[in-house]
Design a protein around this ligand. Sequence first.
Ligand code: ZN
Length: 140
Amino acid sequence: MITVRGLEELPDGKYAFVESYCDKVSCDCRRVMLTVLGRASGARVWATISYGWESEQFYERWVGKAEEGWDHKGPYLDPFNPQSAYADALLGMFEYVLTDRAYVERLERHYRMFKAGGEDERGLRVQRKRSKKPKLRVVQ
Ligand SMILES: [Zn+2]
């Protein structure tokens, strides 16, 4: 959450950067999508930012040689999600926030937490089985 006051490029107010992560456990994309919402503007999306905290080399390996790693590293305004006239200013602000190492570490931690509790196809099957037929098994 950032508070803006007296800036030319952004209306005064509070802006929340809401994190979203990919929920496929088998996918190790190491990225976050941030939806920027204004505290007083409800569901209106001010910007959608994609960001990966790993090295360019990591994303190059991850996407294959054909694409540039920095395209995936970001941060950049996600072309497939809503933006506003203020999106560029918010991206600039986010780049500044990224200089705070603790914030980046928090994003990484949230990603790992999310992946650990995310929905895996295998995990779901196990859960369904368990609820249908409760059964205790001792593994030694
Ligand atoms: Zn993913």
